[in-house]
Ligand binder design. Structure first.
Ligand SMILES: NC(=O)c1ccc[n+]([C@@H]2O[C@H](COP(=O)([O-])OP(=O)(O)OC[C@H]3O[C@@H](n4cnc5c(N)ncnc54)[C@H](O)[C@@H]3O)[C@@H](O)[C@H]2O)c1
Length: 420
C-alpha cells in the first residue's frame, strides 16, 4: 500500500516509519526542508527508543522518503498539531489540520482513505473535514473514506505501543471505518475498536479529561486537608483500599500537551453542559498559585531568600517542559523576589548540579517526579542555609535526618521529619 503521512513529529514520524518497516511505500511530509533532508540521510530530530533503528531499516528497504510536498497515495494520515485557540473556552485550533488537508486534496483519487490522527474536538470530522472533501466533488463513504483514529501512545514507549495498544477507528460511515481498519491491519496487533467518528473524537478527549478531573479532585483534597490539618496522603491511601475507589495524587498543577489542552476542546464544544470540567481546569490551574503561597509561608519563617526547584518538566523522567506548572511556579517565585535556583537532570539546558543548586538555599521545592529525586544525597542538603524540603509530588523516599521534609500530607505541621 502507498501511504502519505503529513506531519513528522512525535506521532507522525514513528507511524510513518512503522508502516514502511512493515512493507508499505511511505512518503513522509513536513514543512521543514532541513528536517526532511536529515530524515532521508538517517538523522532523527526527535528522541524515541527504537526509532533510529527502524528508520535505518525503512531507508535500507527503500520504503520511506521524506519531503515537503505530499505525493499521491492510497491512504493519507494526518498527524499535525492541534493547539488551543486564544478564545473564550480555548477551543481546538484546526488550522494545521485544514492546511494539511488542502495540501493532499490535489492528489486525491477515487477509493482513497484519509485518516486524521491529530487530537480534534468532537464533530470536527463531520463539520470541518467532511465538507472540505465534499466541496471537491467527492462523496464521503462512496469514493473517499474518512476516519478519525486518535493516538494514545506514551512517549518513551511509542514504537511498542503503536503496535500493541488497542486502536479506535472512527469512520464517518461503516465503510470508512472498514477501510481505515484495513490500513492499520498492516502492523497493529492490539484490538481494533470500530466506532463512529464522533465517538472516537470524544472518547480520546474523555480519557484525558477523566485524568484531569480526577487530579483536580486530589488537588482540592490537598487544599481541604491542609486547611483542616489532616494528612491528605493518608486519606488517599486509605480511601483507595476501597475496591471501587481510585483517588489520584495531588501535585503542583497539570501540564503537558494533552491533559492541560484536550479538556478545553470538549468544554468549548459544549460549554453549558460541562461545568464540572471547567471547574476542574480552574482547580488545576490554581495549583501553581497555591504552591507559591505555601512557599511564601515557609520562607517567611527563614532569614534566607534562596529557593531551589527540583524538576521543571510536567511529568517525571522526560525532558519536556511544555505547559509545565513548574515553569509557571519558577516565574512566579522570581516575580515575588526569591532568588531561584533550578536543578533538572533531564533538561539539557539546566547546567547546575544538585550541590550547586542547593548551596545557601533555604528550601528545596520538588515539582517533578524524576526518579533521581527518590534519594536525595546529603551532599545536596549539607550546604543549605535551612534544610527544608517541600515535595509536591510525594516522590522523595530518603533524605538526611537533618532535613525537615514536607509534602501534602504534613504541610500543615511544618515540623515533622521524614521517617526513612
Ligand atoms: N505527542 C504525543 O504524545 C501525542 C499523543 C496523543 C496525541 N497527540 C496528538 O497528535 C497530534 C500531533 O502531535 P505531535 O506531538 O506529533 O506534534 P509535533 O509538534 O511533534 O509534530 C507535528 C508536525 O507537524 C508538522 N506540520 C504542521 N503543519 C503541517 C502541514 N500543513 N504539513 C506538513 N507538516 C505539518 C510540524 O512541522 C511538526 O513537525 C496533535 O494533535 C497531538 O495532540 C500527540
Amino acid at each position: 500500500m502507498k501511504i502519505t503521512v503529513v506531519g513528522l513529529g512525535y506521532i507522525g514520524l514513528p507511524t510513518a516509519i512503522l508502516f514502511a518497516k512493515y512493507g508499505n511505500t511511505v512518503a513522509g511530509v513536513d514543512l521543514s526542508p532541513i528536517m526532511t533532508e536529515n530524515l532521508n540521510a538517517g538523522h532523527l530530530h526527535i528522541e524515541e527508543p527504537g526509532l533510529a533503528e527502524d528508520l535505518q531499516q525503512a531507508l535500507a528497504l527503500g520504503n520511506f522518503h521524506a519531503s515537503t510536498t505530499p505525493v499521491s497515495a492510497d491512504a493519507y494520515i494526518i498527524a499535525v498539531p492541534t493547539p488551543n485557540k486564544y478564545d473564550l473556552y480555548k477551543s481546538c485550533n484546526t488550522a494545521y489540520v485544514e492546511s494539511a488537508l488542502m495540501s493532499i486534496i490535489p492528489h486525491l483519487k477515487k477509493n482513497d482513505t484519509i485518516i486524521v490522527e491529530s487530537t480534534i474536538a468532537p464533530r470536527t470530522m463531520r463539520d470541518i473535514v467532511q465538507p472540505m472533501i465534499e466541496n471537491e466533488g467527492f462523496t464521503v463513504g462512496e469514493d473517499i473514506y474518512l476516519a478519525h483514529c486518535p493516538e494514545r501512545v506514551l512517549p518513551g514507549n511509542i514504537m511498542h505501543e503503536l503496535v500493541h495498544n488497542p486502536r479506535i477507528i472512527g469512520g464517518i460511515t461503516t465503510k470508512c471505518t472498514e477501510k481505515a481498519a484495513a490500513v492499520y491491519g498492516a502492523f497493529v496487533e492490539g484490538e481494533i475498536i470500530k466506532a463512529e467518528a464522533g465517538e472516537a473524537e470524544l472518547s480520546k478527549l474523555m480519557e484525558n479529561t477523566y485524568r484531569d478531573v480526577n487530579i483536580a479532585l486530589a488537588n482540592e483534597l490537598a487544599k481541604i486537608s491542609n486547611h483542616l490539618e489532616i494528612d491528605a496522603l493518608r486519606v488517599i491511601e486509605m480511601a483507595n483500599k476501597h475496591p471501587r475507589v481510585n483517588l489520584h495524587q495531588p501535585g503542583p498543577g497539570v501540564g503537558g500537551h494533552c491533559l492541560a489542552v484536550d479538556p478545553y476542546f470538549v468544554i468549548a464544544a459544549a460549554p453549558e453542559q460541562s461545568p464540572l470540567m471547567q471547574v476542574a481546569r480552574e482547580v488545576n490551574n490554581s495549583m501553581p498559585t497555591h504552591v507559591v503561597s505555601q512557599v511564601k509561608a515557609l520562607m517567611a519563617e527563614q532569614d534566607g531568600n534562596r529557593v531551589t526547584i527540583f524538576g521543571l518538566t510536567y511529568k517525571g523522567n522526560i525532558d519536556d517542559t511544555r505547559e509545565s506548572p513548574a515553569m509557571e511556579i519558577k516565574e512566579m517565585l522570581i516575580e515575588s523576589g526569591f532568588d531561584v535556583k533550578t536543578f533538572d537532570p533531564h533538561v539539557a539546558s539546566e547546567i547546575l548540579t544538585g550541590e550547586e543548586a542547593c548551596e545557601d538555599s533555604s528550601l528545596i521545592l520538588v515539582l517533578s517526579d524524576h526518579s533521581e529525586f527518590r534519594d536525595i544525597p546529603a551532599s545536596y542538603t549539607d550546604k543549605m542555609r535551612h534544610q527544608i524540603l517541600f515535595d509536591t509530588k510525594n516522590m522523595v523516599q530518603t533524605v538526611s535526618d537533618d532535613v525537615t521534609y514536607l509534602n501534602y500530607g504534613n504541610l500543615h505541621t511544618r515540623k515533622r521529619v521524614i521517617s526513612i
